[in-house]
Design a protein around this ligand. Structure first.
Ligand SMILES: *[C@@H]1O[C@H](CO)[C@@H](O)[C@H](O)[C@H]1NC(C)=O
Length: 228
C-alpha cells in the first residue's frame, strides 16, 4: 500500500475544513515544530510561517476520490516568496498529485492561484489564475472535486478548471492510487451553468495555461489540449 499525504504549507494563514471535518481526528502535523495548531475544537487549523520555517499537516486516512473544501484566508501585506498550498498526493516516482497553490506577492499586488495535475508521475499541466476578490480580506472556500471522470478545481463553488479523464485517448488520469483528503463521496458533472461560469473565469482571470504556452506548442501539446 502506498502512503499518501494531504499537505498544507502555509504562511500565517487559517485553514478549516468546511463540512464535517475534525482536525483532531483526521489529521496530524507533519512538520512545523509547534507552528501548526489545531484550534476551535478541531474545526480549525492554524498554520504559521516564521523567519525559519513553515508548518504542515497531513490527513491520517487515504481515499480514492472525494471532495475537499478548504477555507483559507491568506496573509495580507508583503507575502512575496511565500507559497501556501494544499494538495493531494500519492507517493513514488509514478505518483498522482492534485495541487492548489497560492503564490504570494509584494504589498498591493495580487496573489497568483496556481493549479496542477500529475498522473503517473507526469505533471506540467499548470493553469494559473487571478482571483476576482482579495483573498486576504476574508475566508474563501477552495475545493478539489476528484472522481473517476473529472478533477475539478473550484473557488467559492465556481469551477475554474475541469481536468477530464481522457484515458481513452491515451492521456493519464489520476484514478488508481489513493490519496489522503477530507472527503465525502462525490460523483458529479458540472451543469451547463457551471461550465458557462467556468468559461467566464477562464476568459477573464486565467493568466497561464499550459495548453497555450508557446514553448509547449512548439514541443507538441499534450493530447487533452486538443480535446476541448
Ligand atoms: C505580482 O504582481 C505583479 C503585478 O501585478 C504580477 O505581474 C505578478 O505576476 C505577480 N506575481 C505573483 C507571484 O503572483
Amino acid at each position: 500500500m502506498r502512503t499518501v499525504a494531504l499537505g498544507i504549507v502555509a504562511m500565517a494563514c487559517l485553514v478549516a475544513v468546511a463540512r464535517g471535518g475534525n482536525f483532531f481526528q483526521d489529521s496530524e502535523m507533519t512538520w512545523g515544530d509547534g507552528r501548526g495548531k489545531v484550534v476551535d475544537g478541531g474545526r480549525g487549523l492554524d498554520l504559521t510561517l516564521d523567519k525559519t520555517s513553515g508548518s504542515g499537516f497531513q490527513s491520517k486516512t487515504e481515499y480514492l476520490f472525494g471532495k475537499i473544501d478548504m477555507q483559507i484566508k491568506l496573509v495580507p501585506g508583503n507575502s512575496a516568496g511565500t507559497v501556501t498550498t494544499f494538495y493531494l498526493s500519492s507517493q513514488g516516482a509514478a505518483h498522482d498529485e492534485i495541487d492548489f497553490e497560492f503564490l504570494g506577492n509584494v504589498t498591493g499586488e495580487p496573489y497568483t492561484l496556481h493549479t496542477n495535475v500529475f498522473a503517473k508521475g507526469q505533471g506540467q499541466r499548470e493553469q494559473q489564475f487571478r482571483l476576482w476578490f482579495d483573498p486576504t480580506k476574508a475566508f474563501h472556500t477552495y475545493s478539489i472535486i476528484w472522481n473517476p471522470q473529472h478533477v475539478i478545481f473550484a473557488v467559492d463553488g465556481t469551477a475554474i478548471r475541469d481536468f477530464k479523464n481522457h484515458e481513452a485517448r491515451g492521456v493519464s488520469f489520476p484514478k488508481s492510487q489513493p490519496m489522503r483528503l477530507y472527503a465525502s463521496w462525490w460523483n458529479q458533472e458540472l451543469s451547463g451553468m457551471g461550465y458557462r461560469r467556468m468559461r467566464w473565469v477562464q476568459r477573464k482571470f486565467m493568466i497561464y495555461n499550459y495548453c497555450t504556452d508557446p514553448k509547449r506548442v512548439a514541443q507538441g501539446l499534450p493530447a487533452e489540449c486538443k480535446l476541448r
